[in-house]
Design a protein around this ligand. Structure first.
Ligand SMILES: [Zn+2]
Length: 369
């Protein structure tokens, strides 16, 4: 009898500890999932139930010294499809391929793809976007965003630079001041059920985008326009490959104009010049040509100051009292410096000349002396 009791008690105790162990193990696992893994799983659930569409921020504008807008934004549309909401796939394929000028195959692949949201085309004109919206097709989303627009086309192209498909700066000021210009993207969050159908009561959560800052620069588009015209004329008459003109305010170093012709069209920066034969060129070679076309020689290339530096030499000589305007010189066309024979640009020599005449002649010999 006593033996039986002890045996029962033993059974109860071991059952109790067994249950306790299982409970503890389950509790531990639960705590692990809820506390330590909660970020991971809530993220997974969010991905499943929330559909995000980003709202592009308006990029900051660029304005010249007179406050004229030289880089602006234009409203464009992004067309996307949401697989689960599509009711008439054939009609959508037909309408979108016709309106957007895309092949039916291209559109159908995206319409039939099982994903939460699929982008068909971005940078679509606003009128076209409105037209597509007017069809009222279920599952087709038309979101508005911005595209960079340059009202002066090619003027100051190499200074301003341009932006890429996601509105990010590629070259020039657009990339230099990217962090100030870009702003912050917003977001539209829509909550869906497990099948991806939007839950109406949950509504939409909008995180508003933050517009970028405007950039004010010292360039004056009037002076820039004159400088560009002049540079083009010189390129024509001298049959030059490239001509650069830099206009600077000597009082404070502000750049008022920076022309480097040939310039390129900022609204179509990937179009190479028409006279260039690009047929059969590799992508690499084309990219090389584009880089050449975009290159701002004023800041990327070095060029010896040459005779313009004689102004400095002359001013220093006059101020130091080592030369007076009336001092006489004689130029035989060359001068020996140590063991080197250095020529004047006029190899036959300028002959007798005073300092004023030497400066007018830009005589190398006098300035060396
Ligand atoms: Zn000379």
């Amino acid at each position: 009898m006593t033996k039986n009791k002890t045996c029962n008690r033993k059974k109860i105790v071991s059952a109790f500890f067994g249950c306790l162990f299982v409970l503890l193990a389950l509790g531990g696992r639960l705590a692990y999932l809820m506390v330590f893994q909660s970020d991971y799983y809530s993220e997974k659930a969010r991905e499943l139930h929330e559909r995000e569409r980003s709202i592009k921020a308006a990029r900051g504008r660029i304005l010249d010294a007179n406050g004229t807008v030289i880089a602006d934004n234009k409203t464009v549309c992004t067309i996307s499809v949401i697989h689960n909401q599509i009711k008439e796939p054939d009609r959508i394929v037909e309408v979108l391929s016709k309106e957007l000028g895309l092949s039916e195959d291209f559109v159908r692949k995206r319409v039939e793809k099982y994903s939460s949201i699929e982008r068909i085309k971005s940078n679509v004109d606003k009128e076209k976007g409105d037209a597509i919206r007017a069809y009222n097709l279920e599952g087709v989303k038309v979101d508005e965003d911005y595209k960079r627009y340059y009202p002066y086309d090619s003027l100051a192209s190499k200074v301003l630079g341009f932006t890429g498909g996601d509105n990010q700066g590629i070259i020039g000021l657009e990339v230099k001041y990217e962090e100030y210009l870009k702003g912050e993207e917003g977001m539209i969050l829509t909550v869906t059920d497990a099948r991806g159908v939007e839950i109406d009561e949950a509504g939409e959560e909008r995180i508003e985008p933050k517009a970028g800052n405007d950039l004010y620069i010292s360039l004056d588009m009037n002076i820039q326009s004159y400088a560009t015209q002049l540079a083009k004329q010189v390129m024509e008459t001298k049959q030059a490959d490239r001509v650069s003109i830099l206009v600077m305010n000597p009082q404070n170093g502000e750049i008022m104009a920076m022309a480097d012709v040939p310039e390129f069209d900022l609204n179509h920066p990937y179009d190479l010049p028409e006279e260039l034969d690009t047929d059969g060129l590799s992508e690499e070679k084309k990219q090389e040509l584009l880089n050449q076309m975009w290159r701002n020689g004023c800041i990327n290339d070095t060029y010896e100051p040459g005779s313009t530096f004689k102004i400095i030499t002359a001013a220093a000589g006059l101020e130091g009292g080592v030369v007076t305007p009336q001092d006489q010189f004689s130029c035989p066309g060359y001068i020996m410096v140590e063991d080197r024979r250095i020529r004047c640009h006029k190899t036959t020599g300028h002959g007798a000349e005073n300092f004023i005449q030497a400066t007018m002649n830009s005589c190398n010999l006098v300035f060396m002396k």
